[in-house]
Design a protein around this ligand. Sequence first.
Ligand code: TRP
Length: 476
Amino acid sequence: MVAASQTTGEGWSSRTAFILAAVGAAVGLGNIWRFPTLAGESGGGAFVIVYIACVFLLGLPLVLSEIFIGRAGQTDAVGSIRRVATQSKASPGWSIFGGIGALAAFLILSFYSVVAGWVLYYAGVLGADFVQALLAGDPFRGALAGESQAQIQQRLDDMFANVGLLLVVHLFFMGLTLFIVARGVHAGIEKAATILMPIFFALLVGLVIYGAIEGDMGEAMTFLFTPDWSKLTPAVMNSALGQALFSLSLGVAGLITYGSYIKSDGGLGPTSAMIAMADTSVALLAGLMIFPIVFSVGLDPASGPTLVFQSLPFAFQTMPGGALIGFLFFMLILVAAVTSSISLLEVPTAWGIGERGWSRTKSAAIFGGGAFVFGIFSLLSFNLWSDVRILGFWDIFAETNIFDTIDGFTGKIMLPVGALLTSLFVGWKADRNLVRTTTGLSPAMFGLWRFLIAWLCPLAVTVILVTGLFPAILGS
Ligand code: TRP
């Protein structure tokens, strides 16, 4: 046994607890909202296959690398990288990517909470609708009975126009995240994950079965798993790679931070593989939950970010039990979002504790409060400030509102830069014996992992970064 995190003294109570928390961090809006949106827009199968390849060839080696740094460093991301660098006789200056990661996590949290707020609102609307159905003695009726499709779609626009409402749900979600993180690793994050993740899986399996019975599973399978290679443009490969990083929570030192709370010894290889497999399975299951419903009522799979908010409530209206199912569906997304947002807040919070010496409550309050305030800029991009272009001088952001600019800047630039520096540091600088003993990889697995992290990751991630920054290269 090695001592718990040296600066915070905190740790997971078991390996299972760590895996649940890490899977909880990985599984989020990225799986249930972003993945189906991108798969739908990119034509399905070909995107899905590239995404899966990216998860296992690039994502998995990076997951292992981040957990390794945290496990070996035993403190916040910056301190952990510094310690591994010192032990490996590399420059402590590498720790800068821990700082960039903490900043990226803060920025992602700011808009993640805004989207989670929309989910909260929809969970409330459908929850109230279900209560009405119950009171009317018809618990298995469709959702939002009596509303036309136009009215259902109008709800989203009305929500976007209602700044007060958006602020309230954003505040509520961020407050919940802050509350959990302030309670600590064991009593807050671990407890939330061990209670919420089983609920999440039960809901997910139930909803997939419902989709299989009530929806068009055959067409969904064809759409998701039959590749039409003509749709595989460089832009689609680029978004599949980016999605793999986002979904596995890579590039912002999140898994360094969670890895630093591992107290027990034991191989990190199988643990990392479980995290990657669980995250990918959830994304695919989310596709198998959403697309059968989409196809059975003839909705357009390529309707983009509003698919989940505008299209599905309409589908729930025409399906038996839709009021209940619609409510459960948004609760599912909400649960997934909470276990992810706490991981985002934990990265800067651990930095404040480890590098600044703040108390956990103070650090969580500073960054949670800060992300709430900063998130307001994203929130206003859907109404009052829809015309503001903060990075308008930069061609790739010339047309994007504040929300899309922060999303694009973190996703297209900060995550790949973080992943690139991680792979270079662990692949080339970290002491190989330290890596071997900490990860417990067999010689063969170590060789394979090292090839992927030292060669394939830097190359592939550089390609994403360059094509993301200079879309002209892709001819789009
Ligand atoms: N992976 C989460 C999702 O799919 C989001 C998330 C949590 C994240 N922590 C992260 C994304 C760190 C990038 C980096 O919703």
